[in-house]
Design a binder for this molecule. Sequence first.
Ligand code: NAD
Length: 375
Amino acid sequence: MTNTHNVLLLPGDGIGPEVVSATRAVMDWFQDNGHIRFDITEDHVGGCAYDAYGTPLADETLEKARAAEAILLGAVGGPKWADVDYALRPEAGLLKLRKELDLFANLRPALVFDALIGASSLKPEIIRGLDIMIVRELSSGVYFGEPRGIEDIGNGERKGINTQSYTTSEIKRIAEVAFELARKRGNHVMSCEKSNVMESGILWREEVTKLHGENYTDVKLDHMYADNCAMQLLRNPKQFDVILTDNLFGDILSDEAAMLTGSLGMLPSASLGAVENNKITNALYEPVHGSAPDIAGQGIANPLATILSFGMMLQYSFDRGDLAEALNTAVNSVLSQNLRTADIASGECKKISTAEMGEAVIAELEKSEKILKIA
Ligand code: NAD
C-alpha cells in the first residue's frame, strides 16, 4: 500500500460544490477499495471565501494549499459578488492561488469519447480517437510582461501597451514539461510560436530546439507557427500529440482544441508547478468550466470535467496512471450506456443528475474491479 496523499478540496461557488461532491464520492470509492489513501481537507475559495473570511483566498487557505500535494477546485464566481471590489472578487482568489503556488504549466487534454462524437462540430472521421494534450505556459508572456498600460500620447490619442517577453529559463521549464509528457504519450511535441514576426518567438524556437538536442532527442520535435496550428486543429487535429505553446497562443489554441470535443462540462485541466526530486511540488486540478450560476443548486451540472480532473491528479501528482485509465474507461462506459447529464443529453439518452452521474461512474468502476479480482 502506498503512502497517504494530502489533498485539499476547494469546491468554491455555484455548481462547484455539486461537481466536487460527486467527485468526492469517486475519490472515496478508490480509497474504500484500497487502491490509494487520501487525507482530505476542505476549505473555501472565491465568493464563498469572501462571505466567510472577507477575502477570496485567506492566508490560512493558502497555507493549506501549499501543504497539499494536490488541490481539486470546483469553480469560483457568480453574480452575487459582481459589485465587490476588483481585488476581492472571487476570480482574484483563484489568480492568487495560481501565482503564489507558481503554477506555470497548464495542461489541457482534448480527448474525444466515442459516445460523444456527435457533440463535435467536426466530422466524426476527423475527430474519432482524438487525444491531444495542450501544454500552455501560464505565468509569463504578454499577460504579465512590463511595460504595460494605457497612456495618453497627446492630440486626443491614447496608446495601449502589453509586452510579450520570455526568458530562457521560462521557456526551458515549460518545454521540459511538454517533452516529459510526450514520452508518456505519443512521443511527439509540436512547439508553436510566431518566430516569423516576433523576437520572443525566435528565442522560444531556439531554446526549445536546444533543450531537445541536449536531453530529448528520443522525442520527435516539430515547430509550427501558431496561426497555422489554429488552422491545422480544424483541418487535421489527429496530427498532434503534445502541443507546446506560450500563454497567449495557448489560451486561444486550448479553447479551440477543447471545443473539438463537444461540451464544456467534459473538459478537465491541470496547472502544475516545478518538479523537484521527481515530484510535482504544487498542483491544481479543476474543470475548465466556470460556476454556471444559471444552473447552480439544481443538481443537474455535469460532474465529468471535475471527475476527469481528479483522473489527471491520479496520473500526474500520484503517478497512478493505472487508476486514471480505469476512471477514463468507466466514464466512457457510462456515456456508451447513454446516461447523460442535461448538457450532453440528446435523443434516446436518459437524463441523470450530478450525483447520479458520480454513482454511475462508481458502478462502472465496481465492474472493472470485479474483472480485476477475477483476473
Ligand atoms: P460557465 O462555464 O460558468 O458557464 C457557461 C455555460 O456552460 C452556462 O450555460 C453553464 O450552465 C454551462 N456549463 C458550464 N459548466 C457546466 C457543467 N459542468 N454542466 C453543465 N453545464 C455547464 O461560464 P460563464 O457563465 O461565463 O461564467 C460564470 C461564472 O463563472 C463567472 O463568474 C465567471 O467569472 C466564472 N468562471 C470561473 C472559472 C473558474 O472558476 N475557473 C472559469 C470560467 C468562468
